[in-house]
Design a protein around this ligand. Structure first.
Ligand SMILES: [Zn+2]
Length: 147
């Protein structure tokens, strides 16, 4: 599905940057938009609820599946195209540093509340951690950290 279709299902959508939006999360009682929606360069859509809803719960409450967040062909086809390194690079490019800092903070708060983070959340947290660390190092004039 396209990002426009997804955004049309959400409320209080606001554009926050290039391919980045924030909207009310349909999976919890959300009056202050806390769902980040990012249109990745490879056609995937990344969703992240800062209140801690898993992407699965968010799409389910819209009557969709996680498969709908991938371009035509779905997850299965996508996973066989491109190397993990390439996908990681795309995700890193798509996130800005402030979003990353927010993700790290929200993940920490979820842990304090003893909430379980889904695998998607953990992956997002890891990306955010690496992005922030690279950002700090670059700012300090060090070479970029490589995995
Ligand atoms: Zn939510």
């Amino acid at each position: 599905m396209t990002i426009d279709t997804l955004l049309s299902l959400l409320e209080k959508v606001r554009r926050t940057g290039d391919g980045k939006y924030i909207a009310c999360c349909p999976a919890h009682d959300d009056s202050d938009p806390s769902l980040a929606v990012t249109d990745l360069p490879d056609g995937r859509i990344l969703i992240y609820c800062f209140a801690g809803c898993s992407p699965g719960a968010v799409v389910e409450s819209l009557g969709l599946s996680l498969n709908d967040l991938f371009p035509d062909g779905g997850i299965a086809q996508h996973m066989h195209g491109g190397t993990p390194g390439y996908r990681k690079q795309q995700i890193q490019k798509a996130n800005d540093i402030e979003t990353d800092r927010l993700i790290l903070r929200m993940a920490e708060e979820s842990r304090k509340k003893r909430e379980t983070l889904s695998r998607d959340d953990l992956e997002l947290e890891k990306q955010a951690f690496l992005n922030v660390r690279n950002h700090e190092r670059k700012r300090n004039g060090e070479t970029q950290w490589q995995e």
